[in-house]
Design a protein around this ligand. Sequence first.
Ligand code: FAD
Length: 493
Amino acid sequence: KPKAIIIGAGIAGIASAIRLSVKGYDVDVFEANSKPGGKLGEIKMNGFRFDAGPSLFTMPQYVDELFKLAGKNPEDYFKYTKLKEICRYFYEDGLRLNATADLDKFARDIEEKTHSTAAEVQRYLKKSDTIYEVTHRVFLERSLHKLKSYLHWDTLKSILRFGQIDAFRTQAKANRSFFKDERTAQLFNRYATYNGSDPYQAPATLNVIPHFEYHFGAFIPKDGMYGIVNALVKLAEELGIRFHYSQKVEEILYSSVGKPKIEGVKVNDKTHKADIVISNLDIWFTYKNLLKGITEPKKLLTQERSSSALIFYWGMDSNYSDLGLHNIFFAEDYQKEFNAIWKDKTVSSDPTVYINISAKYIRADAPANAENWFVMINVPANSGQNWDHLIKEARANIIKKISRILNRNIEKDIVCEQILDPRSIEGKTGSYQGALYGNSSNNQFSAFLRHANFSSKVKNLYFCGGSVHPGGGIPLALLSAKIIDDDISSVVQ
Ligand code: FAD
């Protein structure tokens, strides 16, 4: 059997391992941490369970597909529920909006409570559908770096429709033209943060993101987000894939006679041979630490990083009926918040606060009459800021803001706490500067400035995960594994 080695057991690494195993490879996965999942991790503390990273699950079909590929019934491994209520939005002026899966209801809620109309919402969502239709095959599902991608008739058709993807104005500008009420525009501007970008700089093409939530739906895995990792690792182990935890890869080995060709990896000074190597770690660290003697693609590696996050995991000794699974408490001045992040590289004094409470659905995630709060704000990637000071300030500002809007002192309910910041995100998951999604998408060319899923310098070396094409977030990380899979089939046959 040909042999494949995967470096990193992040979601894309696990997906790549399953795909190659199904293809007939003998697969080993080396993971630096003692557990799989990478950013998709889990924290347990004082009877509370928290998903450490991602909390919003979209495009579950990409996970199901992996079980089907292996000839299994996804439901035997992995169950999830479609959310009827997607997110509760809270504004400083007292406005509360509910984004529901029933789009007519959502549009009516906006019409009743703001100066925007239901028709504006419908027009906007239609535009979002169109952008998806035009972009998904070209920018998401295929390599942007292979000629054969451009030879498909549907790719060519999409390219002819590029005028419709709204690439030449910013998302914030476009949304101000869609909605009379600034607060509605703010709600949809927020989607730029789903890939760590700034709606005041990023192209309006990012208005494709709501399509994932409102068209395909938002979901919650029955066993929490970490349930995705557990289910996929179970499948992988059944397929015979070997996971080696706490085994940090030190070097990618290749032959330097003629055109460089992959030979294997070095772990703890020991050589492990392989026909194919797929690196799931941040492309920046892949070049800096693992690929000796290979010239770095400087332009790609020096792109602006996506934003990072500051997260407080709070065990709360109470129930909050005002809150749902996903909750957003908006900044009063959204542009000021993004200027703080992107221009001043600091944390706004009035940040938008996201609170996820998985215990609303998964009772076992918190003790009785208690809730597990994942409280997150967007912050810049780490460039040496005084994080200890910023965290102290942000914590106080967040507590004041939530207490003010809910009209209730939340601080007295916090019974235990852990904190994750850009420094620890880099330390725990190997993401350069703690960026959540690799590079930002703050300009029209970002999609073209992500690294390809293959190496043009070393034969049979591939790259998957959120820092390479097609980008960050679970669905796109899973697609990176699929794109590699498509490429390898043609290499091996
Ligand atoms: P990563 O998770 O980056 O994992 C890489 C793995 O490689 C790690 O396990 C690391 O330990 C390992 N590694 C590194 N170096 C080595 C080495 N030398 N040898 C061996 N192993 C190594 N996405 C969503 O879809 N929805 C969300 O709601 C969402 N929210 C997020 C919130 C937070 C706080 C964070 C951090 C991320 C969020 N994301 C979200 C993004 C999502 O988590 C990532 O895009 C995705 O999990 C990235 O997966 P990956 O395959 O790139 O691997």
